[in-house]
Write a protein that binds this ligand. Structure first.
Ligand code: FES
Ligand SMILES: [Fe+2]
Length: 383
């Protein structure tokens, strides 16, 4: 008899301490039913980074996105607002370009027009339609909040504010990095043939793979001094930077005292070096297909810094290519009958353990539309 999704989720033990823990079973990574459950129970309830505040600096500026399969529109009216990009008439996308500036939001299908705050202002040829309340046919809003120059949305109207979701520990740490002084330069998008969690696991292995897989990056980091700090819903991995035995191309663009790698549950990363930052947004496209969106930021974006900034992106791309290849190899292995689950390094894989337990809590809650009985809930402890 086929194994149920409930059995798959419950076959992971979230109560095992790190020294005894197993990873989630491989079925979490290969079964499409688990991805569907994640969509409903993880991605709909989590705050997700969808864009930058500088894209909607002036009234009328907007961008579109897709979040957990939903078409989204973010626009600055009287304030920045997010909406489902779905016309209330017959469901066409109201704004069809990735970004732009508009005085009103006009649907291309039959011309229904909304103002920048989402209210329906024009519905052509609708005279004679009975019981039609224009004020009840505005665009459907999505919770929207800004943090450190980034725009976050949450599809569910329930759950914590962005501030509470991130937590004061994380927000204070990021504030100290002055990321708002950095300038966005470009976006690069990668598609990987693996489950989204394979990419996140790889990111969260505490530098375990760095000496083996990323020789050039390893030459500027100090694996022995690599520190891992797990918060409530985030993990910071950091390492002193040393240029003594460094590979020249990497050393030229990875400077400062310390590299900081932040992961924020479930699928967002901030990689910060002195004057250089990239963010990674991890988007599941299918059970074994994932899109990772890199946004690159630099302190100096003058013409004289251009070559150096491009060299920095090239270093990042080389590391990403190494990660893509290993993630796709892992996905093939997860499908093998030879593998069911693996163990975790106590020294290195604290972040993965946190990730798996947070996921378990959300997935377990999602198995039922009702809240999990508090006696059954497994609170995630700080490591
Ligand atoms: S679907 Fe938008 S106006 Fe008809
Ligand atoms: Fe890596």
């Amino acid at each position: 008899m086929a194994v149920s999704v409930k059995e798959i989720i419950e076959s992971y033990n979230p109560n095992a301490p790190l020294a005894e823990a197993l990873t989630p079973p491989s079925s979490w990574y290969v079964d499409p039913r688990v991805l569907e459950l994640e969509r409903r129970s993880v991605f709909v309830h989590a705050w997700q980074m969808v864009g930058r505040a500088d894209q909607i600096r002036e009234p009328g500026q907007y961008f579109t996105a897709e979040l957990a399969g939903e078409p989204i529109l973010v626009v600055r009216g009287s304030v920045p607002r997010g909406f489902f990009n779905v016309c209330r008439h017959h469901a066409a996308a109201v704004m069809t370009r990735p970004e732009g500036k508009a005085e009103t939001l006009r649907c291309p299908y039959h011309g229904w027009t909304y103002n920048l705050d989402g209210a329906l202002i024009i519905a052509p040829e609708f005279a004679g339609v009975r019981n039609f309340d224009r004020s009840a046919n505005g665009l459907v809003p999505v919770q929207t909040a800004l943090w450190e120059g980034l725009v976050f949305l949450k599809l569910s109207s329930e759950g914590p504010s962005l501030e509470d979701f991130l937590g004061s520990d994380l927000t204070q740490q990021i504030r100290a990095l002055n990321v708002e002084k950095l300038h966005w330069t470009e976006r690069r998008t990668y598609t990987l043939n693996c489950n989204w969690k394979v990419f996140v696991d790889n990111y969260l292995d505490g530098g375990y793979h760095v000496p083996h897989l990323h020789r050039s990056l390893n030459s500027v980091l100090d694996p022995g001094k690599y520190a891992i700090e797990a918060g409530e819903r985030f993990c910071l991995q950091s390492s002193p930077i040393s240029t003594e035995k460094a590979e020249a191309q990497t050393a030229a663009v990875r400077q400062g005292n310390r590299a900081h790698y932040y992961w924020i549950y479930p699928n967002f990363m901030i990689n910060w070096y002195e004057g250089v930052m990239d963010t990674n947004f991890v988007r599941p496209l299918g059970v074994d297909r994932t899109e990772v969106v890199f946004d690159f930021y630099f302190a100096d974006i003058s013409e004289s810094a251009r070559e150096r900034n491009l060299a920095s992106i090239a270093v990042s791309e080389r590391i990403q290519a190494e990660d893509v290849a290993i993630c796709e190899s892992v996905q093939r292995g997860l499908k093998s009958r030879a593998y069911s689950a693996g163990r975790l390094s106590v020294r290195r894989e604290v972040g993965e353990h946190l990730f798996h337990r947070l996921l378990y809590v959300d997935l377990k809650r999602g198995l039922s539309s009702q809240a999990v009985d508090p006696s059954e809930a497994h609170p995630v402890e700080r490591c």
